[in-house]
Design a protein around this ligand. Sequence first.
Ligand SMILES: [Zn+2]
Length: 513
Amino acid sequence: VTGRLTRRGFLGLAGAAGAAVLIDRLRARRLPGGRAPRGAGAFPHILLLVFDTLSARHLSIHGYARPASPNIARWAERARVYHRHYAGGSFTTSGTASLLTGTYPWTHRAMHLYGSLREGLAARNLFHLLAGAYTQTAYTHNPLAYLLLDQCRRAGAELDLVPMHTLLHGAELASHAPNDFAAALNAELQLRRIENDDPSGLLFLGVGEFFYKYARLTSVNNAHLHAYPAGYPRTSHGAFFTLEEAVQWIAGRLTAASAPALAYVHLLPPHEPYLPPRPFLGQFTAAAPPAAKPPHPLAEDPLPPRYLQRARAEYDEYLAYADAAFGSLMDGLETAGILQDTIVILTSDHGQLFERGIHGHVTPVLYEPLIRIPLLIWQPGAARQDIHTPTSAVDILPTLLHLAGQSPPAWAEGEILPGFSAAHTGARAIFVVDAKGSSKFQPLMQATLAIIRGDHKAIQYRGFAGLENAVECYDLAADPEELNPLSPELPEFRELLRALDEAADAADQRLAT
Ligand SMILES: [Zn+2]
């Protein structure tokens, strides 16, 4: 199942053919003994499945006009669906760290590109806390997430962190140091400052390596031109992958697991570069644009609306590829009888922005498409439940502990998710923190902070030239597109901003201890 790419692997992910191939392989694996034996009363497996850069605002289950996610919509009929779920940060490092630690970036401090958890707090992660309850596996396509997972593992988690090259092919990154991959990867990333948009990242390489990689890219793309006319799926550092291979690998790991298993799998799509295969490519080019929004003062070189429209369509097509892979995985797990023993959690690390002159997620703004992410949970025997109270990525850790019969630690900033605990109230505040311009070790100086409570949201800009002490306040029920800022002097927003200041001050004080 974990074999190299095959031509068969390129076929028909979208349709029944892909699922049928997967199901056949699973059945073959399970003969003659069937499912691996499980202890009586054992916890179900947990699959924590992260699609990078998956904005909730682009899903039809949350009202998006384009039908880019039919499989998520189909499977939502049997899930707990969290309609207002927020990331803790706005890019991979900060968002993933909040998911893994149950704390906001102002606490865990993995808030810079290539950043790491605050030293001394690295053992505060879900793998460490759940080590006695599950055998643990993690895999990611994303080097920034890999560095965090490796830090969790080094802090004492009993985590089988699967090498990145297991599902990535042709990447020479850090290949000179197989015995200390994370350290070598870290050094290499720092050195090259590889940016999101390939192939510009290639320009940071030496001339010889640039031409070598360019030639290989061209050769791989040409070899698969029929199925992938836009280019073969790849990471920012030029490693190739398919989601079908990842789906087969996940199913294989769960099939083989005998003890209760916790698997964290973090796949790159729909993160750019957007490279949808043929069934999805070109399907959304004619759709209507979203509401026009003026460029934000923090948008450097604002991109024109026509560019943003085209990028949005390409993203939606790549999202449809991720959605098809998700459907194929769930169908395969169900047919193979694994789903009846498995809790599946589908989420992301952050969203994506195509508005106000900004494309991407490395930006100081905190608008809804960037910070609202999906959260759907399938639990054996549970019916669909729609939850509209705001929830956060920091709630995952307390909820997983609850499912394992443990109490959440006092330092966790999240709560057990509604649907799993009756104690939940809708009145609490959710925070989102972006602080790339602040020191890891000092109180926040330059940062964008958001607080959401009920339908109200306030965004506070700290330390940006020209935006001193600027705030934006929105009623998300009346103004979901965040086009009409309300006065911060209204009593509800004064109170919200005071609560935000209190929480940020408390985080600064904890940093000093
Ligand atoms: Zn990410």
